[in-house]
Design a protein. Structure first.
Length: 157
């Protein structure tokens, strides 16, 4: 009986000690993996409100300015360039100058050969336009004209 009791105590003590001592962890394998994700550059140009104006051509020496005309949304995950050009009925009667509204940028003149270029960083940008009409001659002063801005977007290098 004592042998049985002694055997039971020995088994219990062995189980308690085995549970109390953590097993030594062994590293079976170790590997380093390098992951590279390539996200392609993209951009979207949306004309929210077409920038179109109608105006009477001012007299020489005067100009007409329009603020907050139209609205575009430029969305991009990379730097971008936006070219602004015009479609107008009498390109020789007046000069057209544009700039993004509330930007503090200088006026840029548009002509029939090339437009104005603006650039920005990635993100979502809502852009309105300030437009200035500067007459070249008296020949069309007082006539009603219309002007539409056109846009071409590209990713900057």
């Amino acid at each position: 009986m004592i042998k049985r009791w002694l055997f039971t105590v020995l088994v219990v003590v062995t189980l308690v000690l085995a549970a109390a001592v953590p097993a030594a962890a062994q590293t079976l394998a170790q590997e380093t993996v390098e992951v590279r994700i390539s996200i392609p550059a993209m951009h979207t140009l949306e004309v929210v409100d077409a920038p179109v104006i109608e105006f009477d051509v001012p007299d020489p020496g005067e100009s007409k300015e329009f603020y907050g005309v139209g609205k575009i949304r430029m969305q991009s995950n990379a730097p971008w360039t936006l070219n602004v050009d015009t479609v107008w009925s009498r390109s020789s009667a007046y000069d057209v100058e544009v700039r993004p509204s509330n930007s503090g940028e200088a006026w840029q003149q548009l002509n029939a050969l090339n437009g104005a270029t603006f650039s920005g960083q990635g993100g979502s940008h809502g852009i309105q336009w300030d437009i200035r009409i500067v007459p070249r001659s008296r020949s069309h002063a007082g006539q009603t004209e219309s002007l539409t801005l056109g846009f071409t977007a590209s990713l900057s290098q």
